[in-house]
Every structure is written in structure tokens, then in C-alpha cells.
Design a protein around this ligand. Sequence first.
Ligand code: SF4
Length: 331
Amino acid sequence: MEICGGQTHSLVKNGILEMLPQEITMVHGPGCPVCVTGVRIIDEAIWLAEQPNVIFTSFGDMLRVPGSKKSLLEAKAGGADVRILYSPIEALELAKGNPDKEVVFFAVGFETTAPANALSVVQADKLGINNYSILASHVLVPPAIEAILSDVENKIDGFLAAGHVCTIMGMDEYYPIAEKYYVPIVVTGFEPVDLLQGILMTVQQLENGECKVQNQYARTVLREGNRLAKETIHEVFAVNDRTWRGIGPIPHSGYEVNNRYKKYNARLKFKIDIGEARENKDCISGDIMKGLKKPFQCMNFGKACTPEHPLGASMVSSEGACAAYYHYASG
Ligand code: SF4
């Protein structure tokens, strides 16, 4: 299993899946933050965006993700002030320029985006900007790998870990997982040659009966990760339980704003009032992200569910397995 949606995209786009010998089957992991953001959080985002005094800001790929009843894009079409930004620091600038409004940033992503989102909170605090907050939806890779390996239906023999996540967090969290579940984990990059080498290193370990953590992406990843980035994350965030779309709750698999910076936590600043969140029952993206099924096995794939009319988040994001198959794979 390749963990990251960027790796899935590269594997499918470059035809690597078709080139692999039949003894090797790649399955596609949950490493697309758009895909795994829980429906409840999308509903929270929409509720916030629809408050009269709020400017809701987000990376563009979150806008089309379906919530229980609608998407952020539909909320925007209905009059909500939803703006697409490329960085949380832009949201901070927006807050500075609109002191009579509340600016909320949708802080989505794996460990990779957490440092910049945390930094925006530290900056807001330093500058005394009080009309800024974040809706945290961070998810963490190692607990997800453990959840997948603990599933009774799990058949995965080896993992390509996500090179960019390890650039931030380092590799230490993966050693106990490799040892406990006796599974090779190779930290891998995103170029075709990276992926081919990562697959080769995994297969060599399997043939030798090994279960080591190896670093294919050594040009970027240090075992200890990026110390400054990790310190910034730990300054602002605390680990909490998180519900992953399609997969369900995974203990200790997310970040929430910690008590010290609680005035920047949109969940505490606003009394968010939403009903029960509902996932689309026809979407099997949870099984796809656990490596149990492929997109082609979804009866809606390319019919009721397309990138123009997605039923599930895996079809929205360019890093989602369903979107990658839709654009590049042949049945
Ligand atoms: S094709 Fe659509 S409905 Fe099917 S699993 Fe993918 S996102 Fe869900």
C-alpha cells in the first residue's frame, strides 16, 4: 500500500500499476486529506461559513467535498462568504484587514500542513489579532497505518510511507509499527523512479523475510524530521481522536488546537449547531482506502460518481484514488 494520494496519483498517471509484475498488487491508502475529512467536519465548516459575520477561508479543493446536505461551494452559491486561499497566513492578513469580521481558516491536512497552520495561530497571538480562528481537521499517518493493520481483513504485506509527512515528522514513529506487525515500511517519494525504488526495496525486504523501516527519500527525509516544524506543531496542537471519512474513528489520529491557544479554536469560539452527519451509503471509499477494494469495484464509479458530480470525497480531490483512476486508468 502506498499511503499518500500523491503517490497514488503518480502511480496511476505514469502507468506504473500496469507495468508491475502480476505478483505485485498496489492498493491505495488513506493519504488524501480531502478524502478523509469527516462529513461532520464538512458540516461544521458549512455552518461556520453561513454565519452572517464570518469570512470562511479554505484551500480550493475542500469546496466541492459533499457534506451531509451540501458542499461549501453550494453554501457559497447560496450567499456564504467563502474564499479560496493558498496559505493560512493570507487568512491572517484578511483578518487584519477586516477587523469587524470573524475570519475562520479551514486547517485541513496531514502532518505536512500542520506547521503552517500552527504558525498562523502563533502569529495571530503575537500580533494580537483576535478575529481569527481555525477549524482544525488534521489527521496523522501512523495511527491510520496501525488501524489498517489491525483490521481483521487486512492483507497488506508492505507500506510505502509518505515522504513529505516524514520530511516533517521523521521516521521514529514507524519503527514500533514495523516491529509489532512484522511489515516493511519504506519512506518513499513521489516521482516514478522514487516509487519504483520504494516498491523494489519493499519486495527485497519481503523476499529476505525482513520488516525494517527504510528511507528511499533520503534526499529530503531525516530520521529526526524537521525539528522547528515539529516544535511549531507541538506549540499549538494537541493530539486527539479523529473520525476519518469512510473509515470511522481512529484513536489519537488528529490534531486539535490546545488549551493555550483555545481562543483561536473555531469550535470553541462559535457554538456550532449541526444535526447528525450522514455519509453517502453508496460510497465504498472507506474500503478503497483500507486497501480492500479498488475504485472500479464501486458501482457508481464513472456513472453516478464523476469529478463533475462526486458522491464521495475520493472523487473530488486530484489525490483521491477514484479521481486518479477516472482520469488515468483503464478498466
Ligand atoms: S467512485 Fe465515488 S461513490 Fe464510488 S467509492 Fe469513489 S468516491 Fe465513493
